[in-house]
Design a protein around this ligand. Structure first.
Ligand code: SAH
Length: 396
């Protein structure tokens, strides 16, 4: 097995169990390794620290599989790790009965580059690193064993694969496409999941608990849902008794599916819903000049800052939409605002919303700090795992 030898003084992240080895920390590779091969990781003084997957094309040159330098990385390793991840969710009473669930959450479940989302008896895997890609067969088999699922779709077409020099791979890795379109029930609301062409693995599971919060807050309110995708927040707001829900997204296919979702839930009132295909920035300005006001504004934009390098421009975009959102609120109105950008930390996001509050001329209080759902655990030694952060704010 080849070996990564670290530069002197660069072993601290690893001894603190951070699973990424950056190129700048690598002194040399001893021996030969192809992308995704397992390599030993040694401190400059030769002390073994970990076993990792080799990613020669990425700035993250190695991703740690295990901090036990003796542990063998083989099919059984993936079986153990996947089973442990699935079991972790089974032991959370809050997740019982959920039909859509993240089963494996990458680094935070000890499996860098591996995502697995379960939608009833269908699981979607997404492999984003050279190491995960190499072990595709073992991972698919491990998911099947741990879940007993009927079919597995491989949705390995995420943009981040490019950074690893990997081509997109998609297709049924186990079983075949189901006869009927796939859907899940989330807190009593049925939602379609398009695993082949939808965003991510078909659905934003990370917002599940925040959608439930929306439902609890929506009664009697005028709701504006910006970046609505297939209407997850919108339908929960309706289920919670919202007076009216206006939803905006720039994607026509997403809005079509949102309307299908509404039609699949005949108990929800469809006479107080409006879908609008538009750019959120422009549409919020238009709403303001038309004098429209709302009691609850939801802002769940796409990743404006995939990495630190984009943070500054992204900060401006976050600030703009939050100013616009706050200005559209009736007195006492609520703003539920999110950022899923890895490049923007929680404190930074709060600062951005604070600046937006000043610009909007409103006095704003935090009612709650929001994060991803429980099935997206954050490993304490890997703060990058906390990508989704949000604030529920109340404006005077
Ligand atoms: N809240 C959703 C997920 C939102 S994902 C849920 O719970 O399911 C972000 C959405 O923003 C995508 O649907 C994308 O089409 C949309 N989007 C991106 N940029 C936009 C823009 N400038 N204006 C309107 N929508 C945009």
């Amino acid at each position: 097995m080849a070996q990564i030898v670290l530069m002197p003084g660069r072993d601290r992240p690893l001894t603190h169990r951070h699973p990424w080895i950056f190129a700048a920390a690598v002194d040399r590779l001893v021996g030969r390794a192809r992308p995704g091969d397992t390599v030993d990781v040694l401190a400059a003084n030769g002390r073994p620290l970990a076993r990792a997957a080799w990613s020669p094309q990425s700035k993250i040159r190695g991703r740690v599989w295990t901090f036990d330098p003796q542990e063998v990385i083989d099919d059984a390793f993936f079986k153990r790790r996947v089973e442990a991840a699935v079991q972790r969710r089974r032991l959370m009473p809050e997740l019982r009965g959920q039909e859509g669930l993240r089963l494996v959450h990458g680094e935070s479940d000890g499996l860098p580059g591996v995502i697995a989302d379960g939608y009833r008896d269908t699981v979607v895997v997404q492999l984003t690193s050279a190491g995960a890609d190499k072990w595709r067969k073992a991972i698919v088999r491990a998911v099947q064993l741990a879940t007993g699922c009927a079919r597995i779709f491989d949705r390995s077409d995420s943009e981040v694969r490019r950074l690893e020099g990997l081509e997109p791979v998609t297709g049924w890795a186990l079983g075949e496409a189901p006869d009927a379109p796939l859907s899940i029930v989330e807190y009593g609301v049925r939602m379609r999941v398009d695993v082949v062409a939808g965003h991510k693995t078909g659905f934003y599971l990370d917002q599940r608990e925040n959608r439930l919060l929306t439902r609890e807050l929506a009664r009697g309110r005028l709701v504006l849902n910006c970046f609505c995708y297939t209407g997850g927040f919108s339908l929960q707001a309706l289920a919670g008794g919202a007076r009216h829900v206006l939803s905006i997204d720039s994607s026509a296919p997403a809005l079509r599916m949102a309307e299908e979702n509404l039609a699949m839930n005949p108990e929800l009132r469809s006479d107080c819903v409006e879908w609008r295909e538009a750019d959120v920035f422009e549409e919020m300005r238009a709403l303001r000049s038309q004098g429209r006001r709302f009691d609850l504004v939801i802002l769940d934009p796409p990743k404006f800052a995939p990495s630190i390098a984009h943070a500054e421009r992204a900060a401006r975009a976050y600030r703009d939409i939050n100013v616009l959102g706050l200005r559209l609120l009736n007195p006492g109105g609520l703003l539920m605002s999110f950022s899923c950008s890895g490049g923007i930390r929680r404190e930074h996001f709060q600062q951005i919303v604070a600046e937006a509050a000043v610009d909007s001329g409103r006095e704003v209080r935090i009612r709650r700090r929001l994060a991803a759902s429980l099935d997206h655990p954050v490993l304490l030694s890997f703060s990058e795992g906390e990508y989704l952060k949000g604030l529920l704010c109340e404006a005077d």
